[in-house]
Design a protein around this ligand. Structure first.
Ligand code: SF4
Length: 178
């Protein structure tokens, strides 16, 4: 196929556009329709505003609940999750530090507001993430050690049950009652 140089392409394109303007082609006529139109109140004259519902609805929710975020750190923030059709759609800080007490009546200071961080606010991605663990798993070597009756961890047994090479061990799925 013959290659067009950039210069030739621009020349041809310019010629086509000029011809379009001269002839009043449909494209040129369509462009002309974008000329300003005198409208008093745009919100009254706009032909359809249904699309705005999408924006209003994006934070709509059916229900919400509070929970304690504790992903292995010491903060244990109380957050609120919002759900739609049973799915958590977003999470936010609950802003009620100052009203919370523990089981012994100790009150939390209101100065903790706002409490929470991006990690907690993205917790729903962890819950619904592809790599979420959905079953209890045990390191295969450790399980074998347990199945064998927890023999003494001599240097040989540490090698045998992969205590010395845990990074290369596999995981075995077990039941919740194991
Ligand atoms: S919201 Fe952030 S700081 Fe609070 S417990 Fe969760 S991860 Fe930790």
């Amino acid at each position: 196929m013959k290659q067009l140089s950039r210069r030739t392409f621009l020349k041809l394109a310019g010629g086509a556009t000029a011809a379009g303007f001269a002839m009043g082609s449909p494209a040129v006529l369509a462009l002309r329709r974008f000329q300003p139109v005198a409208i008093g109140n745009r919100l009254e004259d706009y032909p359809s505003r249904d699309w705005e519902i999408v924006y209003r609805d994006q934070y709509g929710y059916d229900d919400s609940f509070t929970f304690v975020c504790s992903p292995n750190n010491t903060h244990a923030c109380r957050l609120r999750a919002f759900t739609r059709n049973g799915i958590v759609t977003w999470i936010e800080q609950n802003f009620d530090s100052g009203n919370i007490t523990d089981i012994e009546g100790n009150k939390v200071t209101a100065h903790w507001n706002p409490r929470g961080c991006e990690k907690g606010l993205s917790m729903d991605q962890r819950v619904y993430g592809t790599y979420r663990l959905q079953h209890p798993m045990i390191r295969q070597g450790w399980k074998q050690w347990a199945d064998d009756g927890f023999p003494e961890l001599t240097p040989e047994n540490r090698d045998k049950y992969l205590f010395t090479d845990r990074g290369h061990d596999t995981f075995a799925r077990v039941s919740w009652s194991n």
